[in-house]
Design a protein around this ligand. Structure first.
Ligand code: UT7
Length: 334
């Protein structure tokens, strides 16, 4: 995409998020698995994560609450929405989409609605698609939500996977604006399906590739080769962030906040150090929530937005990578 100024702008009108009340600390894991708080903090930066109470909440409820909060912050009603996009790989059902149910729950009918399956990039793919549709004149007001109930697809006997993930949802409401200077200045999205087996969610025996056949795999649970994903992520984060800043002429001084998908503190720190970015510009909340997949970028955005840390006129950058393998970036001026 070129970074030419669009004929109309796209305004972020409000944001919202939701995390379950239930906390799961590193000590909780150490009680049942051969692991420790020290190992988890050193290797990931995570201290605790939030976990859904399956008797009363899941992806749909988290997405709905995050959207209700975003609507409140935008002073809008569900009926103001023309389209709802939910990034998730943990929708309760493949049909209907989480987006359609959320739309009905907030009174957005007959707004269009669909889910995006791009793992940890789900929110960012949704955001990039949404702003493109607004600029193309097809929709005026779009809600984008990233929601993930990772605890429903994690094998809690697998110490190398379970300690990483938490549950959360984040939402943003975008609207067409007359000022063409505001909105998305640059976006990128990509995928390389040849690396799919680094991070996958098998449903049936034939989903498991031959080289994994002898490993203990539970169908319906996420399977991850942590080392492979780590290697891919360290390089991809740096490349994608560097390209986004270069294409928008941003430097470590001129850029505002940088929101990275909260995958692993070591992955984020590696990219930050390589690009010489100051620590205070790279937002971190992985210590409190773990890796919440598609929930993570929207949750960070909401925390920064509510804290008044997204500065007017100073562009901020969002980047993510995830299963697929997928990656995405988005640079915004508000
Ligand atoms: O959103 C995208 C999703 N995924 C990611 O971003 C994940 C990217 N990968 C990672 O974050 C890291 O690879 C992990 C945190 C998953 C693992 O860290 P690592 O430094 O790559 O550890 P490793 O897999 O190389 O394992 C080192 C050792 C192994 O023991 P041996 O073989 O050396 O005896 C593991 O069995 O650490 C062991 N290990 C653990 N030990 C204590 C693995 N998990 C644990 C654990 N506690 N929870």
């Amino acid at each position: 995409m070129s970074s030419d100024l669009p004929a109309c702008g796209v305004r972020i009108c409000g944001t919202g998020s939701y995390v379950p009340e239930r906390r799961m600390t590193n000590e909780d894991f150490a009680r049942t698995l051969d692991t420790s708080d020290e190992w988890i903090v050193q290797r990931t930066g995570i201290r605790e994560r939030r976990i859904c109470d399956p008797s009363r909440e899941g992806t749909f409820e988290m997405a709905r609450t995050a959207l209700e909060r975003a609507l409140d912050s935008a002073r809008m009603k569900g009926s103001d929405l023309d389209l709802i996009i939910v990034g998730t790989v943990t929708g309760e059902m493949t049909c209907p989409s989480v987006a359609a149910r959320v739309g009905a729950a907030v009174g957005a009918v007959p707004a269009a609605a669909f889910d995006v399956s791009a793992a940890c990039c789900g929110f960012m793919y949704g955001l990039n698609i949404a702003q493109g549709l607004i600029r193309a004149g097809m929709f005026r007001t779009i809600a984008v939500i990233g929601a993930e109930n990772m605890s429903s697809i994690v094998d809690y006997d697998d110490r190398s996977v379970s300690i990483l993930f938490g549950d959360a949802a984040g939402a943003a409401i975008l609207q067409r604006d007359r000022d063409p200077r505001i909105g998305c200045l640059y976006q990128s999205m990509g995928a390389d399906g040849s690396g799919w087996h680094s991070l996958y969610l098998p449903r049936k025996p034939r989903d498991v590739p031959p080289f994994d056949a002898d490993n203990p795999i539970r169908l319906g649970n996420i399977r991850m080769n942590g080392k492979e994903v780590f290697r891919f992520a360290v390089t991809k984060f740096r490349e994608v962030l560097e390209e986004a800043m270069k294409r928008t002429d941003l430097t470590a001084d001129s850029v505002g906040q940088i929101i990275c998908h909260q995958s692993n503190l070591r992955i984020i720190d590696a990219a930050r150090e390589r690009l010489g970015l100051p620590q205070e510009k790279v937002y971190i909340n992985i210590d409190k929530y773990g890796n919440t997949s598609a929930g993570s970028v929207g949750l960070c955005l909401d925390e920064l937005w509510r804290a008044g840390k997204i500065e007017r006129e100073r562009p901020f950058v969002m980047v993510a990578f995830g299963g697929g393998l997928t990656w995405a970036s988005s640079v915004w001026r508000v």
